[in-house]
Each structure stands twice: as structure tokens, then as C-alpha cells.
Design a protein around this ligand. Sequence first.
Ligand code: SF4
Ligand code: SF4
Length: 189
Amino acid sequence: MASVKEQFWDPIAGFGVTFRTMFKKVVTEQYPFEKKPTAPRFHGRHQLNRWPDGLEKCIGCELCAWACPADAIYVEGADNNDAQGQRFSPGERYGRVYQINYLRCILCGLCIEACPTRALTMTNEYELADSSRAGLIYEKSSLLAPLLPGMEEPPHPMRLGDDEGAYYKNLGITPVSRGGAGAPNGGHM
Ligand code: SF4
Ligand code: SF4
């Protein structure tokens, strides 16, 4: 049989918690109507960056895919070909196919550490839910940085130098154009 304390005091004590909480500051977040900014270096969706003339920084080397512990990245490289007007990046090769599978990705950032050209960085975007599995495999078209003023959609010839060395050494790239070289929206460069 329940004691007097259990019958009378315990329910009152339980309501005490309710009353105390009623007068505390509400901590409910109104997501998705009000979005709180993330920490500046939060690891969100990836971005494939561009040079200031619009050429892609990715050279299709696959180092990001090899570094990924979750096997979430798939890359197929191909040769640039000036004679056929098929230049997508400075230098020899570019990433013809680039996919990141966000069903596997753990957003650890190892891939961006492995990238030799800083082509791959991460944005602060965290809304990666989808209603289908296929929708969470992001293609290159979804990952490429947007074209900023002064950029031109590849393929097109190298505009910032005669060879890739000029791009990598930032020759012919003014500080202003370097600043707009491909990481809007919090992309980590
Ligand atoms: S963030 Fe980590 S898990 Fe995701 S693709 Fe890069 S290396 Fe793979
Ligand atoms: S994103 Fe970087 S590491 Fe990955 S294939 Fe392109 S250049 Fe290589």
C-alpha cells in the first residue's frame, strides 16, 4: 500500500517542477522558420570551387576519394583538350564525374584536407535531408560553386595565364578576384 508521502506529496512535488519551468526562458528553436547561424567552421555540404575566370579547380586526381573513410566520393577524371575546345580546368585533367554520397558521408573533412588544389571545401549548409536515396547522391552540377561576376561557364580557354603554374602561383590574379574565387556562403578555403 502506498505511503501518505507517495499519495499526497509526490504528485505535488511533480507539479512543482512544472510550475518552476513555466516561468523560465523558453528555449524552443523555431526551426525551420528561424535558422540559427552555425559556427564559422561548421562542416556542411561540400563545394567544388572555381578560379576567378570560372575554370574548375578540381583536377580529377581522386585523392579526396582515396582519403574518404566512408567511401562516399566517386571521381572520374578526363583530359582537357584545347584543340577540341574542351578545357574545364587549368592543366592536364579535370573531374569529369564527381559524386558525393551523403547517405555515407560523415562530414569529417578528411577529403578537403587531401585536396591538393583546394578545389574541395565545405560550406555551412546543413539541410541535407531528402525523401529518396538517389537524391542524396550529389552530382558535380550540385556541388560546383556558383558563377560569380567575371566568371564564365567552362569549357573555355585559360584566361589567367599560359599554363596551370600561373593559376597556382596566383600570377595575373588580383587580390580582389582571388577573394571571389569560389567560396561564397562560408566555404572554407
Ligand atoms: S567529409 Fe569525410 S566522409 Fe564525407 S566525403 Fe569527405 S572524407 Fe568522406
Ligand atoms: S576535389 Fe581535389 S582531391 Fe578531389 S579529385 Fe578534385 S582536385 Fe583531386
